[in-house]
Design a protein around this ligand. Sequence first.
Ligand code: PLP
Length: 404
Amino acid sequence: MKFVDVEELETKTRLLPLEEYIELLEITIRKWKTRPLMLGKSSSPTEEDSKLFSVLWSLGTRYVPIADHTDEMKLEVSLDELDVFHNVRGNPVRVYDSVVSLVAGDLPTPLVKLKSLSNSKVRVWAKLEWYHPFSLSIKDRTAWYMLVNAIKTGYLSSGKTIYEPTSANTGLGLVGLANYYGLKIRVYLPYTTQKCMDYVFATMGAEVVRKNVPITTAKVNSVLLEAARDGAVVLNQFENDLNFIVHLKYTAKEIDYQLRSVGVKPSAIIGGLGTSGHVSAISVYFKNRYENVKVFAVQPSGESSIPGIRRVETGMKWLRTAKIDKVVDVSLEEAFQGIIHVARKDGILIGFSGGAVIYALNELIESGEVEGDVVAVIPDHGVKYIELMQSLLTKACPDAPYSG
Ligand code: PLP
């Protein structure tokens, strides 16, 4: 049996129908090994080999096993032998030849133990996702993976304009990358996004269209229609499976790799729901890789609006295939309490969806629903939400100096 570098075979990658892909993916993660492929034998691989190759590609193995003899097809090879963690091990000296490598290679993002939520029964590990260059958020991963693959496949070529509905972060990731690659971009922001984001996008050179509605499926469809009319390209984070795959291949695997390095197995992981990309990928990865890992998700309660996260009933593609133990409702004010809790005890300023995650996790800890080692995904940094913080501080303390 020989091992072939995945990059040599990338053109054979095909995205399968989601249900079929997830089924094969789950089996591969559960066994943590795979059978060899016969890809080297002929120019057109069998359908089964092609499917398995897609799964190994999306898990980010460096190699795929290729069999020369039928007997070898019976052997199975561990994913560790295929160097599954090669892409999340990072570069110790952190010197890069382009800003794109800051998303693609400055990994893993930090995982830090929070003293503000840890006690004798629980240790909380925060995955700090603002360590990305463009949007200072987890959404750089999505923007990068969708955009770079669209360029690779020819879907996005020079002269094309990108249209993208976004609450801000995916748009910021895309505008950074679009500028690097010399592409034009228009972002469609909902009314709930802070006004100051318009200035950020203007500075970056993106066109901003403000819509007086939240981001819903109907809204995304209207952008798709506008793009079709204008010959523009929508990468569509809500439907593009690469937004799930990037969190499987990187975010989830990084957490696994980082926890293993300190000899820890997670008892629970918690994150916020926007497109559901990162929570769904984490759920599929960890629930198949280890037994008894709980996955919790956070959504805004009732009419609350929390930047970056939405309610499940607004429609989330990958959540259908993922197992979530509980969805916790958090209001904007509670999310702010989560921010303040971490800010005043650990000294770091997290964003509002991170605040919602922390608030929900604190409730789960206090009710005894979680203990052991728990990972909280913190999507971005609080400095981006000054306008929102000002309005909440003003409401809470109208006489304070900052109410201004
Ligand atoms: N938090 C913030 C700040 C975000 O911008 C987003 C998505 O835009 C999320 C959370 C949700 O992430 P996902 O789209 O992976 O569900």
